[in-house]
Design a protein around this ligand. Sequence first.
Ligand code: 5GP
Length: 203
Amino acid sequence: MKNPKKTKGQLIVLSGPSGVGKSTVISELLSERSDIYFSVSFTTRGPRVGEADGVNYFFVSREQFEGMIERNELLEYAEYVHNYYGTSLRLIQEKLEQGIDVLLDIEVQGAAKVRSRCPEAVLIFIVPPSFEELSRRLHGRATDQEEVIQGRLEKAREEYKEIPRYDYLVVNDKVSDAASEIIAILAAEDCRTRNRMHLVEGI
Ligand code: 5GP
């Protein structure tokens, strides 16, 4: 799948509302495209049951996170529901330089920062088939209280306003279809003239 002659990796940003099934789509995508590097973010929120440090996130204190901000170590960061989340600049730069595609699962403020710092990044927003379906999924999935669910739906409405900033919109009705669409998007991005000029140099 990967273009062996690629000189620089593609930076891929994936955003979507809570409850859309983004992590499931990402798992499916990474099982099909194991050459993609998934960027593990830093966060000040505590680990949830089943989450491991260095796998889901690097869990750090607020002081540590603020140190990273001061030292300019983050490509982007945002405060989301009272916690910091951010992407290490060094980790992803190394991969991109090696020609490896890097996937970021980040929220809309962070995506806007990536857009301004890396205009060539591809931004993909994942939505559920309908808002009613999002509400159904949030109600169906867990032990969250109604108030928390309503908060998430409200946040989703705000996030939807940012959709026009994204390059692609993928509907997660069936996970395998959503993953296939993302794979198709990435294949098309690989074929962009600017990503292929090295193939015709010297002619
Ligand atoms: P959660 O706490 O549910 O894991 O994540 C909350 C939100 O933070 C999700 O929308 C997720 O995409 C976003 N997020 C995770 N890592 C980062 C990051 O490094 N930067 C930004 N801006 N958002 C992130």
